[in-house]
Design a protein around this ligand. Structure first.
Ligand SMILES: *Cc1c(COP(=O)(O)O)cnc(C)c1O
Length: 400
């Protein structure tokens, strides 16, 4: 996830041919400045409180954040850690998953999903996605299970819950763990329970562009199992319960007090900010209908009644995606492609031996998706400009 203000892959600029006039975006893909302005006093007070205490790692702020997130989500335990990636890695470690084990996951996600599996020495096994929801297709999971399968790692991509009911059924029947990659979907609900609390581990990221973003990196694992919570706590602090006595091998993946203090200010706003995103998403749908673009632009699915979409991204599917993106760029409209290359085709996973064409739905999706700006403070005029520019492209296509 990258914002215009800061990009994870700052060394990898979006495709912008040197020949094309460099169009300055008319506004940011994600502008968090208005959000900050609305909570500035509280954030600065929280930051000052941490500096006054000079207690920077874990400590009371982290403990309070863990309690508040657990209470919000309805999870018994929450364990803060250094990033969403670490939340996944620590969960896999806590589950004892490692070399020789397989974990079933989606090929259409951020690299950290499958990267975490490979990092603990296990093998990611990719299962194709549903073309409408972009999430793992539960109907294809059973065929991918082998005697080495230990877990399923669904991703709630873009803020829409994966279809957890059939996934949990398969996991139960085959004695597998479910590790939810909920990095993009904090606050989203499935059958009236918060995602991240239905599986064995729920992994969250506080990367600034996520729906609950810190002032840097941070992550958290939710679980209802006291033994797992205890193991996660040990693993994030070098495997110790008692200082300088190490029962197991862990790592350093502690959450900073500064992050926790900032996140505690933001947590109470989670639902209203999600509502703001939903409002912008519904307005996109309405505008696409009004402009007769419904047959050209495929909008994200209207979540079924028992699902909830928190729109970390508003991702459409369009033909001629790359041409449209370039046309929008020259019109000053910022867009992103999440994700241009499926995980099973990434060079880093070449050793797994996947060939192009084996996961056709995900591969086609990666060629057609385009994420449009969506955040509560996105202005009507900015949204109008996005839709008008897509309509202009469509008209030019029709004329050509
Ligand atoms: C952001 C993200 C992660 C990793 O979170 P970090 O905090 O950046 O390490 C994992 N999975 C998905 C789907 C993500 O979007």
């Amino acid at each position: 996830m990258s914002t215009s203000a800061q990009s994870k892959e700052s060394a990898a600029p979006a495709a912008s041919p040197a020949s094309a006039a460099p169009a300055k975006p008319a506004f940011d893909f994600l502008d968090l400045r208005a959000q900050f302005a609305s909570i500035r006093e509280e954030v600065m007070a929280a930051v000052t409180r941490v500096f006054e205490s000079q207690y920077f790692i874990l400590g009371p702020e982290v403990k309070l954040l863990e309690e508040e997130v657990a209470a919000k989500l309805g999870a018994k335990f929450a364990v803060g850690c250094a990033s969403g990636t670490d939340a996944l890695v620590l969960s896999l470690m806590a589950a004892g998953i490692g070399p020789g084990d397989e974990v079933i996951t989606t090929p259409f996600s951020f690299i950290a999903t499958a990267g975490s599996i490979a990092h603990v020495g296990a093998k990611p096994v990719f299962v194709d996605i549903d073309p409408v929801t972009f999430n793992i297709n539960p109907a294809l999971i059973a065929a991918a299970i082998t005697p080495n399968t230990r877990a399923i790692m669904p991703v709630h991509l873009f803020g829409l819950p994966a279809d957890l009911h059939p996934i949990l059924e398969i996991a139960k029947a085959r004695d597998l763990l479910v590790i939810e990659d909920a990095a993009q979907a904090i606050g989203s609900r499935y059958n009236d329970r918060f995602i991240g609390t239905l599986g064995d581990f729920g992994c969250f990221s506080f990367f600034p562009s996520k729906n609950l973003g810190g002032a840097g990196d941070g992550g958290l694992v939710a679980t209802n199992d006291p033994a797992r919570a205890e193991r996660l706590r040990m693993l994030r602090g070098h495997g110790s319960k008692k200082k300088y006595y190490h029962d197991i091998l862990g790592t350093n993946s502690r959450l900073d007090a500064l992050q926790a203090a900032v996140l505690r200010v933001k947590l109470p706003h989670l639902d209203s900010w999600a509502a703001g995103r939903q409002n912008r998403a519904e307005r996109y749908r309405k505008l696409f209908l009004e402009k007769n673009l419904a047959s050209f632009v495929t909008c994200p699915p209207q979540p079924p009644a028992n699902f909830h979409h928190v729109y970390n991204q508003f991702t459409i599917r369009v033909p001629l995606r790359d041409d449209l993106r370039e046309s929008l760029r020259t019109a000053g409209i910022p867009t992103e492609i999440y994700y241009p290359l499926c995980l099973h085709l990434q060079p880093a996973f070449r050793y797994l031996g996947y060939q192009p064409g084996v996961l056709p739905v995900a591969e086609k999706t990666s060629r057609e998706v385009l994420s449009l700006p969506v955040f509560p403070e996105l202005k009507d005029a900015q949204q109008d400009l996005v839709v008008q520019s897509i309509a202009a492209f469509r008209t030019a296509q029709g004329a050509a």
